[in-house]
Write a protein that binds this ligand. Structure first.
Ligand SMILES: Nc1ncnc2c1ncn2[C@@H]1O[C@H](COP(=O)(O)OP(=O)(O)OP(=O)(O)O)[C@@H](O)[C@H]1O
Ligand SMILES: [Mg+2]
Length: 227
């Protein structure tokens, strides 16, 4: 299908505790096209983070097919998985996950170091990205010298600086108050308008409503909401 960047078909994931099989994802199918803004909405324990780990190629399914940007993920080895992850996906987490000893700029530069970009270009791209998220004045601050909302902006800049196809966010507003959370959603809308796909995992209905598509997850099964 044209513009399709992610295709999951009948993905299942089980864990075994002793002999007992626990099914955490059951026949999950999901397609994402370029420019989609999707929320995956579900309660605690429904399988959201497990699904995020699958989408982000951090964990592999027990069965089913997953293609990301035309590549079959189950055919990739560890280093190919790391490469596709770095190229296609920018991760944003609830607790920001910034390195505390590094400045905002250094945090944003990190993925560019892994990508082998020269120091001069790294600095320039990190600064441009921090300007875009509204942190031109805070580039030299360390995370503990920033508010929660500002830290999440740094994390978003870090996720976007490699120009991934998909921004994948797990409870991106979970550690923020409602107003700051909504400001982060404004930033997501801007990023989405530039053509990036966003997959956002949340348990918060109001946050989910920012997306164009809402997919409910309950007991490891997906159900698409139709407007
Ligand atoms: N490594 C594991 N081994 C066994 N069971 C697991 C493992 N990881 C997750 N689970 C189980 O899978 C289910 C889904 O967990 P998951 O972390 O995906 O939920 P979640 O929707 O992200 O919840 P929350 O909103 O609390 O973060 C839970 O019942 C959990 O106990
Ligand atoms: Mg979770």
């Amino acid at each position: 299908m044209a513009g399709q960047i992610l295709n999951m078909q009948n993905i299942s994931k089980s864990y075994f505790l002793g002999d007992e099989e626990q099914v955490v994802l059951q026949n999950v199918s999901l397609t994402v096209k370029k420019g989609d803004f999707i929320a995956i909405l579900g309660p605690s324990g429904s399988g959201k983070s497990t699904l995020m780990n699958m989408i982000g190629c951090l964990d592999s399914p027990s069965s089913g097919d997953y293609s990301l940007s035309g590549q079959k993920v189950d055919e990739l080895d560890e280093s190919e998985l790391a490469a596709i992850r770095n190229k296609e996906i920018g991760f944003v987490f609830q607790q920001f996950q910034l390195l505390p000893r590094l400045s905002a700029r250094q945090n944003v530069e990190l993925p560019l170091i892994y990508a082998g970009i020269s120091e001069k270009d790294r600095k320039k791209r990190a600064e441009e990205m921090l300007e875009r998220v509204g942190l031109a004045e805070k580039m030299d601050n360390r995370p503990n010298q920033l508010s929660g909302g500002q830290q999440q902006r740094v994390a978003i800049a870090r996720a976007m600086v490699t120009e991934p196809t998909i921004l994948l966010a797990d409870e991106p507003t979970g550690a923020l108050d409602q107003r700051t959370g909504q400001q982060i959603m404004e930033l997501f809308h801007e990023i989405n308008k530039e053509g990036k796909s966003i997959i956002m995992i949340t348990h918060d209905q109001d946050i989910a409503r920012n997306a164009d598509r809402i997919v409910h997850i309950l007991d490891g099964r997906l159900r698409e909401e139709h407007a």
